[in-house]
Ligand binder design. Structure first.
Ligand code: SF4
Length: 945
């Protein structure tokens, strides 16, 4: 009998329930084996489109979430000072009545005084909509802390992005280039993909200062200096342009390469596209020797040289500008090599390898298709070069432009959604011009009324910013203001500081969900906890009220006034929606649900149920009936019956009264049952002719309209050049009716360049680089996801302490050896830790695992737990503000998107005595009442149940 047969003969439980994992952001399908009311075993669902049965250590350890002594048991009301951990248990009625009182008063007077921010929440289609119903624009999730640079750069360039809105063509790619990818995002899907590449012998090149995880199995590791990725990409582009190894036919047809850009220095139209009377961008047709609609089917465009438009203005095609910029000697491999820490010859070789894979290993699929201009193609031509990027690019203050540079590189190679290249995950691509704008203008915020739009959106020009007449931000986090115009995901990292300072205005209630803002989700943890507890002259807290929902006793819980305990992911309904961050893939759309496979054994409620309940108690219009009764019984009821537009709801599968419709259709009362019967997911495979060139594939675009993904079947032009950025830049230069305040004018004019630029990361530019000679970065270990792993008995056995990893040569030059104690000193703070010598790191960079350390007392860990005594957090050394200089001080963030720039950190290391005080240490937290006793060891029978 084989092992598989033996396992099948002795199943670990007596019942199997399908659901979706939530031990990280990948949302794999899982089979939960249950026995005697407990979980015995979790395995991957082989049919699921995300993981195809693959499980990781985190996912398998989901069992231990159910046994965690850190689980909150009951609503809590603070009775001691904030941060003391002194609470009393209260009933849900009291908790909800209190929250309704607090929030109801705010809504009647000024809804902006509620700031509602969520962490790694996978229900943002609900939470954002709820904020909008409440009437506050002060809403976002944690994307501004995580990867908004990557998302914004992609969406403003190609109408999709790496990770959630795109993936490599794992089956066909012949060269794979990763930028700044650690193991914590896109976990199982990327591992499955990498395994496919290894089997096919595809070359994997990883650009990363640290050689762990994916970099460790790459064929080639380029240990780049942090924050210089954009320069490296420019050098690759320089080489490809110099060698004339770009896909001219692709960029002429599908990008804006031929679009004419007006050259009129100093005038309001400088740098904008030349357009006809109907607003169509113009290209210069070489046959007619005249400007024509750039998207006309028969245009043979000019791609270089200046032209004179009929009205006398001068213009040049985008490709001309692009070549002018990147062929400049400053971007030659020899010019950037030292700064990037990568040899010029290596850069030249990588450029040649990219070109060889793209053009000499061209793929031609025998799949006829028709493009949006009506041209029939007999084959799908592919450039089999794939790229993927993540936080190593994103978390720098120059990350937006670095990520846009990667997309420009892809476009020049013809490697966007072609066979073998990076592909859109359905329902992307989406056109930027059709995207919603953020709501929050003065006329959109009315006491007692919903916001007249979503709090988050896509500004295209200064008129879309949420600012007062004098340029003052209208949002608490200053998103969509001149300080961070394209802050698509908000600036969660600035919320506590701004609320504490009353800048731009004081708020009443900070409502947080699953966001450990008092620990690893804060820059400068000690300062953040001080702000959470700071009082004014009247003795009242400067942030008057804090409501927090979490399933576990995380560090943030101790700072809440009211705690609403959440369930685990195995105890609730949930929906992974196309309205939010879907699990679709390149072959077609997909979404999924979670179902409760366990009943909570404590007095906790799913946060989404609580939000629906609170909304009804507050009388939010879409959450009550005409008679004022609750419209939805709970979140499960909302998932089935809510319609965002007619026929479009949270789930796309089995719509219509009988489940007969795909994506668009009336609510189906049996929809959840259909999902459960299908393993808790739905997927729809696109026909072969729709699988590539989605941005210009007529069949795909028409199908996408029918499925409600886009409004019109118009081509989605890929943008080498961003006219939207130029709109802002022109304002910085003094043009237009909406103007930045004087102190931000130069910043806007500098960073809103329509072609990608590179600049020294802002903190690095502002400090003495000789005094802080090392870069410092963090990443999460493969078995951990944010701070969740540290109360999980199985995952704690993999990592419960961390070291600062230092290059062997660097350490030896400082006279340091393995396990020596050091102080990591930044311009803001110092942190004490021990080091470990390694070879796989850029010599000018130190790094560590993030979020392994825990504050003593938090998570109901033993006072002497390794997480509190032998692990350390680098966050206290990171500032949320740039060093003093320009006043007022700017956020330590990307000036385009507001992305937290926590990878810009510069430090030095100094030897320390083992018993030296650690100035970053915070006093232990008290464990609140009601938590389960902490078992000295996990009983064997518990582990088996
Ligand atoms: S990759 Fe993430 S979602 Fe998938 S099994 Fe692992 S923890 Fe769960």
């Amino acid at each position: 009998m084989s092992k598989v047969e033996a396992a099948a003969a002795h199943p670990p439980g007596d019942r199997v329930a399908y659901t979706t994992c939530y031990m990280c952001a990948c949302r794999c399908g899982i089979k939960v084996h249950l026995k005697d009311g407990g979980v015995r075993y979790i395995e991957g669902n082989r049919d699921h489109p995300v993981n195809r049965g693959v499980m990781c250590a985190k996912g398998a350890a989901g069992i231990m979430q159910q046994h965690s002594p850190a689980r909150l048991m009951k609503p809590l009301l603070r009775v001691g000072p904030r941060g003391s951990g002194e609470f009393r248990e209260i009933e849900w009625d009291e908790a909800l009545a209190l929250a309704t009182d607090w929030l109801g008063a705010i809504r009647k007077s000024d809804p902006r005084k509620l700031a509602f921010f969520t962490g790694r929440d996978q229900s943002q289609a609900l939470t954002g909509w709820w904020a909008s119903q409440f009437g506050t624009p002060n809403y976002a999730a944690h994307g501004g802390f995580c990867s908004v640079n990557m998302a914004a750069a992609g969406l403003y360039s190609v109408g999709g992005s790496f990770w959630e809105f795109g993936e490599p063509d794992w089956e066909r790619t012949r060269y794979f280039l990763l930028f700044g990818v650690a193991e914590d995002h896109d976990s199982n899907p990327i591992k499955i993909g990498l395994a496919k590449l290894r089997r096919r012998g595809v070359k994997i090149v990883s650009v990363n200062p640290v050689r762990t995880g994916y970099s460790a199995i790459a064929d080639e590791w380029l240990g780049i200096r942090p924050g210089t990725d954009g320069l490296l990409v420019f050098a690759l582009i320089h080489e490809l342009l110099r060698l004339e190894r770009i896909d001219v036919a692709f960029i002429a047809r599908y990008t804006d390469a031929s679009w004419l850009v007006i050259r009129n220095p100093g005038q309001a139209d400088d740098g904008l596209f030349a357009r006809d009377a109907e607003g169509h961008a113009l290209a210069w047709d070489t046959r007619r020797d005249a400007p024509v609609d750039a998207q006309a089917a028969d245009v043979v465009p000019r791609l270089a040289g200046e032209v004179v438009l009929p009205d006398g203005r001068r213009a040049v095609p985008v490709l001309h500008l692009l070549a002018e910029r990147y062929l400049d000697a400053q971007y030659a491999p020899d010019a950037v090599a030292e700064r990037c820490g990568i040899a010029a010859e290596t850069i030249r070789r990588i450029a040649r390898e990219l070109a060889t894979a793209a053009f000499e290993q061209e793929i031609a699929l025998d799949v006829p298709w028709t493009d949006s201009a009506g041209r029939r193609h007999t084959k799908m031509i592919g450039r089999p070069v794939s790229m993927h990027a993540m936080r190593g690019i994103s978390a720098h203050s120059n990350g937006f432009h670095a990520c846009r540079a990667i997309h420009v590189l892809q476009m020049l190679l013809g490697a966007i959604d072609t066979p073998g290249a990076w592909r859109y995950k359905s329902p992307y691509p989406r056109p930027l011009t059709a995207a919603q704008k953020p709501a929050g203008h003065a006329h959109q915020v009315t006491p007692g009324q919903p916001l007249s739009g979503p709090p988050l959106g896509f500004p295209l020009a200064p008129e879309d910013l949420l600012v007062e007449r004098d340029g003052t931000p209208r949002r608490l986090d200053k998103a969509f203001s001149w300080e961070a115009p394209l802050a698509l995901h908000g600036l969660m990292h600035m919320v506590i500081r701004n609320a504490w300072a009353g800048d731009p205005y004081p708020i009443d209630t900070l409502f947080l969900y699953m966001a450990n803002m008092a620990w690893n989700s804060a820059m400068n943890t000690a300062e953040t906890t001080r702000m959470l507890t700071d009082k004014g002259a009247d003795g009242a807290y400067k942030i008057p009220r804090i409501i927090y929902s979490d399933a576990f006793y995380s560090e943030m819980v101790a700072y809440a006034d009211l705690v609403l305990p959440d369930t685990t992911y195995l105890e609730r309904w949930d929906c992974i929606s196309l309205l939010d961050r879907p699990i679709g893939h390149a072959e077609g759309p997909a979404d999924a649900i979670r179902q409760p496979v366990l009943k909570p054994d404590r007095d906790v409620r799913p946060f989404q149920d609580v939000l629906i309940d609170l909304g009804a108690r507050l009388g939010l219009p879409a959450l009550v009936t005409a008679g004022g009764k609750p419209r939805y019984r709970d979140y499960a009821d909302y998932i089935v019956r809510h319609e965002r537009k007619p026929g479009i709801g949270p789930l796309a599968g089995w719509r219509g009264a009988q489940g007969e419709h795909v994506a668009v259709g009336a609510p189906n009362p049996q929809q959840l049952e259909r999902y459960v019967a299908n393993g808790c997911f739905w997927t729809h495979r696109l026909p072969a002719e729709q699988l590539y060139y989605k941005f210009a594939n007529r069949a795909y675009l028409e199908g996408a309209v029918q499925m409600g993904f886009i409004e019109r079947a118009r081509p989605i032009v890929l943008h080498l050049y961003s006219e939207e950025l130029q709109n802002f830049r022109l304002a910085g230069l003094g043009h237009g009716s909406v103007q930045p305040p004087e102190h931000l004018r130069r910043r806007i004019a500098t960073y809103f360049d329509p072609l990608p630029i590179w600049y020294v990361p802002l903190e690095e530019a502002a400090i003495d680089r000789d005094a802080f000679s090392l870069h410092a970065v963090t990443q999460r270990p493969m078995p951990m996801y944010h701070s969740w792993g540290s109360q999980n008995a199985w995952l704690r056995q993999i990592y419960n302490q961390n070291r600062l990893y230092v290059h062997r040569r660097t350490a030896e030059a400082l006279g340091l050896g393995d396990d020596d104690w050091v102080h990591v000193v930044s311009a803001h703070h110092r942190v004490k830790c021990r080091i470990r010598l390694v070879d796989g790191v850029n010599p000018d960079t130190v790094w560590t695992w993030n979020a392994v350390a825990k504050r003593a007392g938090a998570w109901n860990l033993a006072p002497d737990a390794a997480e509190a005594t032998r692990a350390f957090l680098l966050n206290p050394a990171i500032s949320d503000l740039l060093p003093p200089g320009d006043e007022p001080r700017h956020a330590n963030a990307d000036p385009v998107t507001g992305q937290a720039a926590w990878y810009d950190l510069r430090v030095r290391i100094e030897p320390a005595e083992a018993d030296a005080a650690d100035s970053a240490a915070l006093p232990p937290l008290r464990v609140p009442p009601g938590l389960a006793p902490r078992p000295p060891r996990l009983p064997r029978r518990e582990a088996r149940r």
